[in-house]
Design a protein around this ligand. Structure first.
Ligand code: ADP
Ligand code: MG
Length: 727
């Protein structure tokens, strides 16, 4: 992150040891922090500020205060406690009183205090001990006023450190860099843009970030840096979007299909045994919407209908579609995809549907076959675990066009899978896939297929803008009619007996249920074991008179599919499962979801799991069994009982877990902003997005002198690559 910027002039490339007041010894310590150049130092921003403008007298401190204290060291003891524990206690005093600073097992600190009788500044929480005030594990520094005027009577920057580095050293380097090198800082953003968004210049902002004159000015400086950071991300996305919009893809003859006009399949050079080949005479079919209506066992909701029309408009256009369909769990995204696939096939193209898990792919395979086979449309599977002969056959069918629709997992994007004429690629539950797979799937065809991405994980708008900013967005904001919200209850482990009794009553009425086993981080094997144990227990006790099934990740694909099929066919009443059923599984008669150790699950996972029920006409229930072991767990469980709104849950999830976790992009770096914070700075992200779109519109490809530094920044920051390493 602290790579020196090439757009800075040579000055910022100066090595830290040449900074005034730094020298070789301090330079060594700065290098431990990865700070090699002046530019690195300027971009090593404080993690907070310590307000030392008015340091309270020690006597005025009260238990629980988060405070800064200043005093002279009067005593220091370092004493071993129990085995291996060493307590360091440093007593300091000002004119009004004294306080003890304490640390456990910090020999590094003990060494610094040895022989020191000067002043100390410490920041931490005050505790009222038995007869004296205490502060345990405070941030601290040894004070030397003559030497270090930035360390008092100011908002003092507190920098991220590593062991063996000191605030004072970093602060000194920052002071020297700010005093002598600010004129070398070139602002990449054009002045007009700064004016338009009321942003401060970069140099000024960096200075205020290190040594703020007031909170207000620091906020203004921060705002500018946040904007810039978001702008680069949004420009990358906007540029990519503009690029795709320029490309020429397939113009599906949607309007002709809608009018029921005969379509002449496009000519290709495919082998003669292809379904698409042979006589290229026109085929007469019912109007597209009539076919849709006869295909689906229900009427589309208004929201689904709207989204399908948005998709059709994209498909009709000669530019490739690049659209995200976002809809909460159970909103009916599969039907929307089926409509798009039908239109593609009726236009004479193939479609591919990619799902993140085998189970989900199998399920899509089954439901698409149900919809399409009566229409004479052939659906083929492409799964990782297929036998090689089956796989080979599926590949051939895809290649010669014998399969109209191919449904699979990421096996679909493997190098050697080819399509005769891929027109549409649908990616389900996109959050599990990276941008890379999206691109790979698109590359499967010379024709530049349309891409439709569907995501059920309701992700907060800020994250949508970040991760999918290059896609057009359609939202299914309505549930199919007649759905009753799932009733969610949180029960403690000792309530299990009564939960099972209630559950059995519903099974008696003909419903089915899932019991999901705890997530066990340690290994999939242990998770499997937990599922097997629970399965045995339930089958032999409470539910001995029911048909109990078992599903876990270590079962072979055909076994898993057999179990799911039995469950779908209601040959199983109660399915004990690991989280393999988390995503997408759809069995409308299942109306109870029991989640064991629910406190161990994340919010979006709980929401996904709960989404497996409430899909049919019957009142559904979700029973969360678990003890609130932490505040976060309590918060999660109670949010689940309060709302079933995926978007509200997503916002809460973002606050509890942070963006990287949610997006599954921990290592991508893409969401590791230097200054910006997706939770706090949502409004700024929106502003940056608007700005980016306007900029790309007014200055295609960011042409022009005034955008040169921004172009360089985008190249340097490699946001594009970061986006590709997602998940
Ligand atoms: P998701 O958006 O979570 O992928 P699905 O596509 O699995 O949702 O649909 C959830 C359930 O709702 C399925 O059983 C599906 O058949 C049903 N469904 C979808 N659309 C409608 C509709 N318009 N009317 C009634 N049921 C619908
Ligand atoms: Mg789905």
């Amino acid at each position: 992150m602290s790579e020196p910027s090439r757009s800075f002039s040579r000055g910022l490339q100066t090595e830290v040891q040449y900074l005034k007041g730094v020298g070789p010894r301090l330079a060594e310590s700065l290098r431990k922090l990865g700070l090699r150049t002046v530019g690195d130092v300027l971009w090593h921003l404080p993690r907070r500020y310590d307000d030392r403008r008015n340091i309270p007298p020690i006597r005025s401190l009260r238990d629980g205060d988060l405070a800064t204290v200043r005093g002279r060291v009067v005593d220091m003891v370092s004493k071993p406690l129990r085995k291996g524990m060493v307590l360091l206690k440093v007593a300091i005093e000002d004119e009004t009183g004294g306080i003890d600073l304490t640390w456990f097992n910090q020999p590094w600190h003990a060494r610094r205090f040895t022989g020191y009788r000067g002043e100390v500044i410490a920041f931490g929480t005050v505790k009222e001990g038995s007869h004296k005030l205490e502060m345990s594990s405070p941030d601290f520094e040894l004070l030397d006023e003559q030497d270090d005027p930035d360390s008092f009577a100011a908002l003092v920057p507190v920098y991220p450190l590593t062991e063996g580095t000191y605030q004072k050293v970093v602060r000194k380097a920052a002071r020297s860099a700010v005093d002598h090198y600010l004129q070398s800082v070139e602002d990449p953003l054009p002045e007009a843009l700064l004016r338009e968004h009321q942003l401060e210049p970069l140099g000024w902002s960096l200075a205020q970030m290190h040594f703020p004159e007031s909170e207000e000015l620091q906020q203004r400086a921060r705002r500018r840096l946040v904007f810039e950071e978001f702008l680069y991300l949004q420009l990358t996305l906007a540029l990519r979007r503009a690029e795709v919009a320029q490309e020429i893809g397939i113009a599906f003859p949607i309007q002709a299909l809608e009018r029921g006009e005969p379509i002449t399949p496009p000519l290709g050079d495919e082998p003669t045994d292809s379904l698409f080949a042979g006589p290229t005479q026109a085929v007469v079919r019912p109007p597209l919407w009539d076919e849709i209506r006869s295909m689906l066992p229900f009427e589309l909701t208004r929201a689904q209908d709207r989204v399908v029309r948005e998709i059709f408009a994209d498909m009709q256009s000669v530019h490739p579609m690049n659209r995200l369909v976002q809809g909460d769990v159970g909103s009916g995204k599969t039907a929307v995809a089926a409509c798009a696939i039908l239109a593609a096939v009726r236009s004479g193209y193939q479609a591919a549907l990619m799902a993140p898990t085998e189970i989900l792919a199998e399920q899509h395979l089954a439901s698409l076959r149900r919809l399409f086979e009566p229409l004479g449309i052939r659906v083929a599977p492409m799964l990782g675990k297929q036998r090689s002969t089956e796989k080979a056959r599926a590949k051939t069918h895809a290649k010669i066009g014998l399969a109209h629709v191919v449904v699979g997992t990421h096996a679909l994007v493997q190098q050697d899978v080819e399509f005769a004429r891929l027109g549409l690629a649908v990616i389900d539950e996109q959050h599990r896939f990276g941008v890379l797979q999206r691109a790979a799937l698109r590359a499967k065809s010379a024709t530049n297929p349309d891409v439709l991405v569907m995501t059920a994980t309701p992700i907060p708008r800020t994250l949508t803008m970040t991760l999918y900013g290059d896609l057009d967005l359609s939202v299914i904001d309505e549930m199919p009619a007649g759905r009753r919200p799932v009733k969610t209850h949180w029960k403690l482990p000792h309530d299990r007996g009564s939960v099972y009794t209630g559950l059995d009553r519903l099974l008696e009425e003909g419903r089915q249920a899932y019991v999901v086993c705890p997530v066990i981080m340690e290994s999939e094997k242990m998770q499997t074991q937990a599922a097997v144990d629970l399965f045995d227990a339930l089958k032999n006790t409470h539910f001995a008179h029911r048909r109990v099934g078992l599903l876990h990740g270590q079962m072979k694909a055909p076994e898993k599919e057999a179990v799911m099929e039995q469950f779908r066919a209601h040959e199983i009443d109660l399915l004990v499962s690991t989280t393999v059923i988390e995503v997408g599984v759809d069995v409308p008669n299942a109306s109870v979801m029991v989640i064991e150790d629910a406190n161990r699950f994340g919010l979006s996972q709980l929401h996904q799991l709960r989404g497996r029920v409430g899909r049919g006409a019957h009142q559904s229930y979700c029973i969360l069994i678990g003890q609130a072991t932490t505040d976060d767990a309590r918060e999660r469980l109670s949010i689940m009982t309060q709302t079933s709104d995926g978007f509200r849950i997503a916002e809460a999830d973002l606050e509890l877990r942070g963006p990287g976790e949610i997006a599954g992009t921990r290592q991508s770096g893409q969401l590791d902003f230097r200054v910006a914070d997706l939770i706090q700075d949502g409004a700024m992200l929106e502003e940056a997005r608007q700005a980016a779109m306007a900029i790309v519109q007014a200055h295609p490809h960011l042409m022009g002198e005034e955008w040169q530094l921004v172009r360089e920044k985008l190249r340097e920051q490699r946001i594009e690559e970061a986006l590709i390493t997602v998940s």
